[in-house]
Structure formats: C-alpha cells, structure tokens
Design a protein around this ligand. Structure first.
Ligand code: GLC
Length: 755
C-alpha cells in the first residue's frame, strides 16, 4: 500500500515539475518571440533610445536633461527618472510613449529609498531592527505607494558595505557586515518586486552601487576605492550577489573606480563577474552622468571614447549623460561598436519592460483614485511607527532612567523637536512633510506635561550665523538660558541632538562627526541642573561621541526616523515599546580610529587592552575597541545566556549539521525582543581570517522570567570563505563559535570539522 502511495505522489510531483517547467519555457519562448519580433522592426536609433535615460530634475545629480518632453515624444529617449508631481502628471509623461512610432513604454524610475509618501527610518536605521520581515514589508508598502503613482522602477536597495561613517551615504545601506547586508538586500528586493514583477504593485528593484562604492577612500564621496580581490569577494561583493540572486531586475554601476578602472567602464566587473560568473541577465544602468565622467577619471580622452568604453564594458543604459544617444550610432557606423552590442543592451531593457507587463498594459496602474486609497494609510503608518520603534538603539540607560513615567514633567530640548522636515533624510523628496508626527507631538500624545525649547541651532541654520557669517553668541546664550530654565523646573530632560538632514546623504561627507556646534556645551549645562538627562540622537551615521556620554544618563540612537518619528520615539521613551535595535555599524570612540569594524583580522601583534607591551598593534592616544560594537543594543530588560551547547565537537564530512544551542532568558522586568547572534572564527586557515564573522541570528521575544532554547544549525557551507585563489571553500580544522547579545558580549565554544 505504502509503495503505491509513494509511486502516486512521485508521479504527481513529476507531473507538477513538468508542467511548471513547460509553463516557464513557454513563457520564456513567448517573451523571446515577442522581443525578437519587436526588435526586427526597430531602427538603430530606436534601439539606442532604449539605452537613454533622461531626467527633468537635478534633484539627485549635477544637472538635468534638456528638452525631456521632446526627447520622449520624438522617441530619442526611452526612459525617465524623477518625474514628479500628481498621478495625472506622471501618467501624462508616461503617455508620451504613445506618440512614438512603436509606443514602447518607458521605465518610470525614482529613488524610492526608504518609503515613497510614507517615509520609514533610513535604511541604516531599519537594518538595526534585524527584522527582515519588517524590512520587506516597508519595501512592499513603498512599492504599493510608488506604483499607484505610476513609477515602475526604484533605484534601491543600496547595499554598499560601509566601514567609514565620514561617508554621508552610510545612511542608505545596512552597515558593515556582508551576511546581514545580504539578508537585508534579499528582503528589500522581494519587497519591491513581490512574487511577480507583472503584478500591478510590483516595481523593478535596482541594486546599487555596483561596486564597492561604500569603500570610498577617507569617507570622501565619489573618491577612489582600492582593495584586494580577496577583500572584495569576502566583504564587499556578497550583498550585490544576494540581491541579484533574489531576482533584482537591474543594477547600477557606481561612480568610483574598481582596481583602477571606473565601474562604468569596467568589463571585469560588469561582464566577466556580473554576467559570466554570477549569471545576471537584467539591466545595467549607470549612475548619474557616469559615462561622461570617464573623461574626468582619465580613462577616456573624449566623450566618444567614453561611450565606447562603457558599451564595451557591458553598460546597458546611460543615466543622464546622453553620451549613448549622441555617439552610439556614429560608433556603429564607424564599426567601433558592433550592432550586436546595441541589440544585446536593447534586448535586456525590453525584457525588463516585458517582465513588468508594460507591453500588455503600460497603464495598468493608472487610476487617479488609487493613490488616495493606498498612500499614507493608517496601516502604512502603523508599520512606519513599528519601524521607528525597532530601528531605535538603546546605547545607555544608567539608573534605569528609561522608560519615562507618563506623569513626569518633561523638558524637551532641541532645535528639531517640533520640526517635521528634520525627521526625513535627503532621500525623502516625495515624503509628505505635513503628515510627520514631530517628536513634540508624539510625546505630548502620551504625556501632556511637556515643555520644549530649542536650546541651540543646527549649524547649517541661517539664524545660527550673523550677517558677517560669524556665530551669534548672544543668540546662542539666550537659547541655552531658556533651555536651562525649563530644565530646572522639570523632572527629566529629553535632549534631542545630533546632526541635521543637511550633512547626511550623497555628497555630504564630513571630517568631523562629533556633536556639532554648541550641542556639547548645552548638554553639559543641562546635566549641571542635576536632572536626569535622556539624549536622543538624530543622525544618518554613527557619531563620535567621545566622552560626552557622561553628560547623559540614557542615550537612544533614533537615526532619521521618518513620518512616524514622534509616535515611535514616544513609545520607546515611555516603555510602550521596549527598544530592541542592534547596531549594524560600529560606533568609533574617535575619528582617528576610522575605519573601525568588528570583523577585523588578528594581525601578527594583536593588542590586548591594558597589556604593557609596546610593540603591539595599538594607538598611544586611544583604545582599539569601539565605543559601541557591531550588534550592540540594550533593552529595558536584561537577557541571560546559558553556556553554548554543541551536538558534537568532532565532525567529519560535508553532509552533516552541527546543532549549536543556548538557553536565552529574560532576567528583567520587561517583556522584550532579543537578537541572538552567532559568530564564527576560523583560527587557522590558508589566509588570515577575521576574529569573528556573523553567520546566523535569531530574534526571540520573551516575557519576564521566560526562557527559550535557541538552536542554530551549522553546516560546512557556514565554514566557507574565499581562499587566496578566490575559491569559495572550507578548510578542515578547529573552529570557534560565539553566541551572544552583540559581537563583544558573547560566549564561546570550539569544535573540529574534518573532511
Ligand atoms: C545619484 C545617486 C544614485 C541615484 C541616482 C539617481 O547620483 O548616486 O544613488 O539612484 O543618482 O537619482
């Protein structure tokens, strides 16, 4: 009887596989047939138009394209970025395709980076939730809102690994770790693209910036990146690969050079690695004006040579430079570029549009009534509020200053406590400012006993400076005095400080990332009142707080929190949400330590804090360890960890799994979420391996007194790394496994794994 049943099940499964493979093949054949037929009917100019991306807005780049409407109408441009305004206006722009001979729909692209109209915390903040379900949900909402307005492609996720907080764009990514960065990349691609790109709420993701852009030297934007292939493959490339493997429909070449060749002209990067090794078959679009910038890079003598180099490297689409539309036809006529290269790039663009369903019905999303129904809904705002709560990281909480009592008299100090704009980032250009819950609104909703004062300015605030450009001491003194007065009459001070929106994001690198202006002076004066001080940091990057934490009893990092800023922050301040965020980027003690990251090498002379030996890898004037390590984040409760338990300590062969488990207990008074982190170290290998690498994590929610055994399964896949020959493999021997609440507070155990 059993055999019959198994036979039947096997037959059904085989039939299912056959049907699904056949369906897939039919779909692929239909797509190929459609596009081949279309391309056979296209002039070379029309093919080149598909490779041309124009933009009517200079909002995210050094210039805008001229005559955008005419170019779209006459068919010399086939894609548009950053058209803004009403759903009708966006539709009107998309409809310009109907005036072209073949009516090929446009990619309607936009930088939807952390929300379209409902703005979520910046990606660096969101990544501190370590909550991939939530992260995917935020991208899904952004796609629903963006597609309702008529966009069909977003230039997101940004997955650049970042180890240098001087770089203004660390706000756009998921921090320093390749494993976490890869997990987040997959979630974001899935959120935007959904299960089927053809769905009316799906938009094509564009993973960026390929590649290594986060390693811009000295944290200076658009600067050189230079690293070994080993470092590339081990640390910087995995998140791009993860996004590709998750099905991202497009990828963006970055401004910087890779191994001395700008990404946009780098054949090894865009073709050998991306296409031949990784099997990517989507669209490669350049970043803003990158084709023309090959001249400035010094790899092209003139514009025409720049175009040839980009096309030869494998760039499909030229953003904003118009080099492709200006020179490609000549280059083909001169035989410098083969028509097959144009055809290949054009086919990829048309395949992307086909996958989006644009040829079936380019205006399937067009319904002027739809935006009001799906944008800034209460549900979207609830998700945004939870995202604020989960992105906030509790960095300090002496004497259980937090959570606050809802009856306490609060002095709320800071230049942005009632400012809606400052809750956004530079990538929130479509956000709805009026809908932002300010920090004052959020707190007042839970506790009306709050009085506020600016206390100081943001250093880019025009009022900050006299007309001779010098700092206005008298004005600052007045603001401080007012703040100290209300602080003296309060039970607790909530000081909201940090950096303004103006110094975080693209082209906003900083050499000084400490608390700016007079914020430290203000903090000292507030602390001198003797009242408990809660410091809330608004920033797009880790800040160097040096020894200023002594002026605060509790510290929360709230990033740039977005639409539901005040609502989420208030829930955390008053304990309606127990903070669970964990840093995904190291906080240095001081600027001089940068770059500083947790997965560093031992070196031949590792220094142990406090040892006397002089000849060790250390500074004379600063500690080696960070202010707050990767994975760090406190809770209002406390979590206890049992010693690590291993299902075995001696393994051999590559088919088995090792079970690593710990009992995690909530040993405090509040229910809370803990992110249990598992790191591995390979102490002896053919290349020097990092002191530890994040390999797994698990989120658990525990009531006070509750315990849960957390299991992790390890296989030889988790032991693999890139060896000197860049082969992804593992090497037998001893391994050390760490499990804990962050990359420093961990327990360890060891095991041996033989071939
Ligand atoms: C910008 C950014 C990129 C963005 C693009 C389009 O320069 O580097 O992240 O997607 O241009 O706005």
């Amino acid at each position: 009887m059993k055999t019959n049943l198994r036979t039947i099940l096997l037959a059904v499964f085989s039939l299912f596989c056959f049907i699904s493979c056949t369906t897939e093949k039919t779909h692929q054949n239909e797509k190929d047939e459609f596009i081949t037929k279309l391309m056979n009917n296209m002039f070379v100019e029309e093919k080149i138009a598909q490779l041309n991306l124009v933009t009517p807005s200079a909002g995210t780049g050094p210039f805008k394209t001229k005559r955008v409407v005419e170019k779209l109408q006459e068919g010399s441009a086939g894609n548009i970025l950053s058209v803004m305004g009403s759903v009708e206006r966006i539709h009107k722009t998309a409809s310009l395709a109907d005036s072209t001979r073949l009516k090929i729909p446009f990619f309607m692209a936009l930088d939807i980076i952390h929300g379209y109209k409902t703005i979520f915390p910046i990606p660096l903040g969101l990544s501190c939730s370590w909550d991939t379900v939530l992260i995917e949900k935020t991208a899904r909402i952004a796609a629903i809102e963006g597609t309702a307005m008529g966009y069909n492609q977003t230039y997101s996720p940004m997955v650049d690994i970042t180890r240098d907080p001087r770089w203004g764009r660390v706000m756009e990514g998921a921090g320093e770790d390749p494993y976490l960065g890869s997990v987040v990349a997959r979630a974001v691609v899935k959120g935007y693209q959904g299960d089927d790109l053809n769905d009316e709420t799906s938009m094509m993701a564009c993973v960026k910036h390929f590649g290594l852009y986060g390693a811009s030297e000295a944290g200076r934007d658009y600067n050189t990146t230079d690293m070994s292939r080993l470092t590339m493959f081990q640390y910087y490339l995995p998140p791009y690969k993860a996004a590709i493997d998750a099905g991202a429909g497009s990828i963006m070449s970055s401004f910087n050079d890779v191994d001395g060749v700008p990404a946009t002209a780098n054949k090894w990067l865009l073709t050998d690695l991306l296409r031949d090794e990784w099997g990517f078959d989507g669209v490669v679009v350049s970043d803003y004006n990158c084709v023309q910038e090959l001249i400035a890079h010094g790899v092209a003598a003139d514009y025409k040579e720049a175009v040839k180099k980009a096309m030869d490297a494998g760039l499909d689409m030229d953003m904003a430079s118009e080099g492709y539309s200006t020179f490609l036809k000549n280059l083909v006529n001169e035989g410098a570029i083969k028509i097959e290269q144009i055809d290949q790039a054009c086919r990829r663009v048309l395949e992307g549009k086909y996958d989006l369903g644009l040829f079936e019905d380019p205006y399937k999303n067009y319904n002027p009534e739809k935006p009001a129904k799906v944008i800034l809904t209460e549900e979207n705002k609830e998700v945004a509020k939870l995202a604020v709560c989960k992105s906030i990281v509790l960095l300090k909480n002496d004497n259980n200053t937090l959570p606050l009592n809802k009856n306490s008299k609060i002095a709320l100090i800071g230049p942005s406590v009632d400012d809606q704009f400052e809750m956004f980032s530079m990538w929130s250009q479509t956000g709805d400012r009026q809908s932002v819950i300010t920090i004052l609104d959020g707190i007042r909703k839970l506790n009306e006993n709050v009085v506020c004062a600016d206390g100081t300015f943001f250093t880019d605030d025009p009022d900050y400076l006299k007309n001779d450009g010098r700092f206005d001491e008298a004005e600052q003194f007045k603001k401080e005095k007012e703040a100290v007065e209300i602080a003296t009459k309060s039970d607790v001070i909530v000081a909201v400080l940090g950096e303004s929106i103006a110094v975080s994001g693209e082209a906003r690198s900083m050499t000084d990332i400490s608390l700016p202006g007079c914020q430290v002076e203000l903090l000292k004066k507030l602390k001198a009142t003797g009242k408990p001080v809660v410091l809330v940091l608004l920033s797009g990057r880790p800040l160097t707080l040096e020894d200023n934490l002594q002026y605060a009893d509790a510290v929360l990092e709230a990033w740039r929190p977005g639409t539901m800023a005040g609502a989420g922050l208030a829930d955390v301040l008053f304990g309606d949400y127990n903070p669970s965020g964990k840093l995904t980027m190291t906080f240095p003690r001081s600027l001089g330590q940068i770059p500083i990251y947790y997965n560093h090498k031992h070196t031949g002379r590792p220094y142990i804090e406090g040892e006397k030996s002089a000849f060790k890898s250390r500074y004379l004037d600063e500690k080696n360890d960070p202010l707050f390590p990767f994975g760090f984040g406190m809770s209002y409760t406390s979590f206890g960890y049992s010693p690590i338990s291993l299902s075995d300590t001696l393994m051999s062969g590559n088919t088995i799994q090792l079970d690593v488990s710990v009992d995690v207990s909530n040993t405090g008074d509040y229910a809370g979420e803990e992110t249990v982190q598992l790191y591995l170290n390979d102490p002896v290998a053919s290349v020097a391996r990092p002191v530890k690498e994040l390999k797994k994590f698990r989120k658990v929610f525990l009531q006070p007194g509750e315990s849960q055994r957390v299991h992790f399964k390890l296989s030889v896949e988790d032991l693999k790394f890139y060896n000197y020959e860049l082969k992804w493999d593992w090497e037998p021997g001893k391994f050390i496994v760490y499990v804990g609440t962050n990359s420093e507070e961990i327990q360890k155990a060891s095991f041996v794994w033989n071939r």
